[in-house]
Design a protein around this ligand. Structure first.
Ligand SMILES: [Zn+2]
Length: 196
């Protein structure tokens, strides 16, 4: 297997290795380290690297099933593309409705709600109890959107990702670990340019 490796030297003590989305391997190393040592390190991680590349390819294949030119996707269902359709407008109504239902169901309230555009976050919850949801949540299958809303609302009780927080999420969403993994497959949506 031919590896595409970039070496980044800096003032650091250890070596770290990362496979980015385009399958390039970034190795961060201390300034005074020999080429041989770096090569040896990379070689020792070959099977891990291979796994990462396979995972990238699987995710790319997954993302190819979506055709935003021809279809609209709402809560996991596929529709013909409507003229003048706006994901942001639809998200305002649909996500808020869902948030209200879930908030009642799990008995955790929020004070305000807004739809956000973010290349990094599906949602967030502020100390002022404002629930923010990325408009792209509307594209996800409903169980994943539910998980995101439950996750954010649970931050009303625990403003962190401690075991206590995850226990609370688990109470309302027993299979949250599986959902978290599934959600990871949709991360291409976050990075994608704005959807009309
Ligand atoms: Zn969180």
């Amino acid at each position: 297997m031919k590896l595409n490796v970039t070496i980044i030297r800096s003032k650091r003590k250890s070596i770290s290795l990362r496979v980015n989305d385009s399958n390039r391997i970034e190795v961060r190393v201390p300034i005074k380290i020999s080429k041989e040592e770096i090569e040896q390190f990379v070689r020792s991680k070959t099977s891990w690297i291979k796994k990462q590349i396979e995972e990238n390819e699987r995710k790319q294949l997954f993302s190819k099933q979506f055709d935003f030119e021809r279809h609209n996707y709402i809560l996991g269902k596929t529709f013909e593309k409507e003229p003048n359709f706006s994901y942001k407008n639809r998200a305002e109504q649909v996500l808020h409705q869902l948030a209200q239902i879930i908030s009642k169901e799990i008995n955790i309230e929020y004070k305000s709600y807004r739809v956000i555009t973010s290349k990094r976050l599906w949602g967030s919850f502020s100390s002022q109890k404002e629930l923010s949801l990325n408009y792209k949540c509307i594209i996800l299958p409903e169980n994943l959107t539910r998980y995101i809303i439950i996750h954010e609302l649970c931050h009303s009780k625990e403003m962190n990702h401690s075991p206590k927080f995850w226990n609370l999420v688990k109470k309302f969403c027993p299979n949250y670990k599986i959902l978290k993994k599934q959600l990871n497959d949709y991360s291409f949506l976050l990075k994608q340019k704005d959807l009309k």
